[in-house]
Design a protein around this ligand. Structure first.
Ligand code: ATP
Ligand code: MG
Length: 371
């Protein structure tokens, strides 16, 4: 069986460090590994519209931002097909058919959807006096549309952050249901989480559980050097570590979580040779006598050396925006061909391929003749 990757991001803003360690970095490695027959990278604008219906301009503007982030991180249009979700109408069709295979109750149990409903401030019940907006149906159903995205390309591997686990599980269920009810057309995908635990759900600079565009607690890949420094220097650490001499906590301390995610032994020899490893640094912090400012300065150096080449490539790409749109247009054309093939197999399996089925016409003609 072919090994195929599909993954993507919502164009609700520029991409941040969470995207980078959760999925983007891995995609580039996988793309370059030669291990995969195809790599599809999707800008999920239709999904972004499910909770931004009143702000289409935001989505429209951010498509190019996400594409620039992709290319500056090393996604290569010669090796990966980069496309825009809404341009593949086959995905919408598949979503509609898959809706028949999922219950409202199953969707309501999806923990990520539950969390995101709360995060976005949608009213969950019909309580009188609750003035919050209700849940858009499209938003509620987005796990089904994600199943359509993944299965349209027969993806075997989906590199994503931990928040996507329930989505991949739901996709697998839809695949099993479809294949058993109709015919074995669809492929069950596997999730590929980062090996490094700190990367699976990178916290925000404010210490909140997840760095997220919607929470405004992000360091963006395209932030300038000074903005990154300011954000690092104001990061949440250990509230109990008041004096430098106080013993500090490493768990739940965002600066250390970021070091877990980004730092390698070479960074010590380059920027802070007093310590041989992160474990040594952590031990000192736990004992007390090590101030937050020093660690933040080190983290800043670690991040800047990874972000600098991305920032530079972005500057170059920004000079040729028509090229970036061309990449997206060509990618969308290629993606559409693949999705159309799957959709036609799906329709055949579902017995809704009336005009392609000569046998149907012949048998109906015979039936009416006999009557
Ligand atoms: P939004 O707030 O619009 O939902 P987001 O910041 O959550 O945006 P998405 O576009 O929903 O980003 O996520 C795209 C991909 O990046 C997914 O694979 C997701 O798992 C991963 N990802 C996003 N944020 C993080 C994070 N903080 N840590 C690890 N992975 C993340
Ligand atoms: Mg999200």
């Amino acid at each position: 069986m072919k090994k195929i990757i599909l993954t993507g991001d919502r164009p609700t803003g520029r991409l941040h460090l969470g995207h980078y360690v959760g999925s983007l970095k891995r995609r580039v490695e996988l793309q370059n590994s030669g291990e995969f027959d195809k790599v599809f990278i999707m800008i999920a604008d239709a999904q972004a519209l499910t909770d931004n219906a009143d702000n289409p301009e935001k989505i429209r503007q951010n498509i190019i931002e996400v594409a620039l982030d992709y290319l500056s991180c090393g996604l290569d249009p010669e090796k990966s097909t980069i496309f825009i979700q809404s341009q593949i109408s086959e995905l919408t069709e598949l979503t509609f058919y898959y809706m028949d295979l999922v219950t409202v109750q199953r969707l309501q149990r999806n923990p990520t959807v539950k969390q995101e409903i709360q995060l976005r401030g949608f009213a969950e019940n019909n309580d009188a006096g609750d003035n919050r907006p209700g849940i858009p149906v499209g938003f509620f159903c987005y796990p089904i549309s994600q199943a359509a995205d993944i299965t349209a390309f027969k993806a075997t591997t989906v590199p994503v952050g931990e928040d996507q686990e329930p989505m991949i599980e739901q996709t697998r269920e839809i695949v099993r249901k479809f294949n058993s009810v109709y015919a074995p057309v669809l492929v069950e995908p596997d999730i590929l989480l980062p090996d490094n635990n700190a990367c699976r759900r990178l916290p925000g600079t404010d210490g909140k559980a997840k760095m997220s565009k919607s929470l405004g607690n992000c360091i963006y890949l395209s932030d300038c050097e000074e903005d990154v420094r300011k954000k690092v220097m104001s990061m949440y650490t250990d509230p109990l570590h008041v004096q430098v001499s106080d013993p500090g906590h490493v768990e739940g301390n965002t600066v250390f979580t970021y070091l877990d995610a980004f730092c390698c032994p070479d960074h010590f020899s380059e920027f802070w040779p007093e310590y041989a490893s992160l474990d040594e640094l952590k031990d000192h912090y736990r004992r007390g006598g090590l101030g937050d400012v020093k660690i933040k300065k080190f983290l800043n150096s670690v991040l800047q050396c990874q972000l600098a080449p991305i920032r530079e490539r972005r500057k170059e790409l920004e000079k040729d925006i028509p090229y970036v749109y061309d990449v997206l247009r060509k990618g969308s054309e290629q993606a559409r061909e693949v999705a159309a093939r799957t959709l036609s197999e799906v329709k055949h399996a579902m017995r809704i391929d009336y005009f392609d089925d000569e046998e149907l016409m012949r048998s109906q003609a015979l039936k009416f003749k006999a009557e």
